[in-house]
Design a protein around this ligand. Sequence first.
Ligand SMILES: NC(=O)c1ccc[n+]([C@@H]2O[C@H](COP(=O)([O-])OP(=O)(O)OC[C@H]3O[C@@H](n4cnc5c(N)ncnc54)[C@H](OP(=O)(O)O)[C@@H]3O)[C@@H](O)[C@H]2O)c1
Length: 339
Amino acid sequence: MKAAYLVKYGPAETAFEIREVEKPKPGPSQVLIKVEAFGLNFADIAARYGKYRGAPPLPSLLGYDVVGQVEKCGANVKNLTIGDRVTALTLFGGYAEFAIAENGVANKIPESISAGVAVALATQYCTAYFLSDRITNIQENEKVLIHAAAGGVGTALVQMALHKKCIVYGTCSSPEKMEYLQINGVHHPINHRKKDFAETIRSLVGDKGLDVVFNPIGGKSLKQGYRLLGAGGRLVSYGVSSLNSQKTIFGKLKDLWQFGIYHPVQFLSNSKGVIGVNMLKIAEEKPKKIARVMQEVIQLQQEGILRPHVGGEYSINQLAEAHTFLESRKSMGKIVVRW
Ligand SMILES: NC(=O)c1ccc[n+]([C@@H]2O[C@H](COP(=O)([O-])OP(=O)(O)OC[C@H]3O[C@@H](n4cnc5c(N)ncnc54)[C@H](OP(=O)(O)O)[C@@H]3O)[C@@H](O)[C@H]2O)c1
């Protein structure tokens, strides 16, 4: 089979090489999937620069989500059969013509779901659902701030918050994304390059503050988000995009310092808190939780409540272009690459 290996850290143009390798073999609880398409995730950009600690060493196969047909089932797999079309989570290994997934996180989907939508459901929507339903349990009328609201996870969080009838504040970095947020129903879109998001929100919400902040960026924005929370507030830290940029060691130390310093007594007296979420960790330790979330997300998509937006579809020969687009911060929704 062919697989797109990450062979060199750095710019996308020189990072990947298509190699001919043996098909992987599924274990007893796994399925082998003939991959129709795989999705890109922002963590892939960090991995390409050698900055993603959990990624395998070079030469490595990235890829968290695939859509395709079940080619082989392990002996203990009862819920899927050969030929089923599935969307699946792969803990790396997705950038290949064949990929392995645990059967719990490979879910049957109808032919009518496009490849881009299918992979968005597996990663961005499962993440957003886990954050908004399981971790923060957002409620009607709660004031919710979503950073990078035009991105893959951001788009999903916006749809979930609107479905729960929350009041949504969303940040982004361009006029095109502002328009996208408006179309998606964000009540208060904020271009953080034009306006200080914290001051803007403070002037809108006053002293009672926000109820929930979803932060995939880290750095100063995390501390600012924490300060914006009112009593009962929950801040979820689920990414550190700000640390991705090429900075000196002093720049990085400054970034880390800017996250702020927190103490449980402070959480107690102010009645608000911070929680970190790493979906890979949960998938490794508690895969059944992810499997359940995935089923619920697919159900909500089938009911028309969740509508993933595919912001770019590329062929495997354009993998570098797809990576560069996601890195450019111009993408909206999910980016997908087809074999
Ligand atoms: N914890 C988990 O388990 C988990 C799972 C999935 C995803 N994530 C995280 O969720 C985030 C979104 O992932 P995605 O794949 O859906 O990507 P995405 O949101 O489609 O793209 C990332 C967006 O983040 C913003 N951004 C990028 N670099 C930045 C920087 N240096 N400073 C501030 N903002 C920056 C940009 O939005 P603007 O330019 O509009 O600000 C960019 O479009 C990523 O941080 C990813 O690592 C975490």
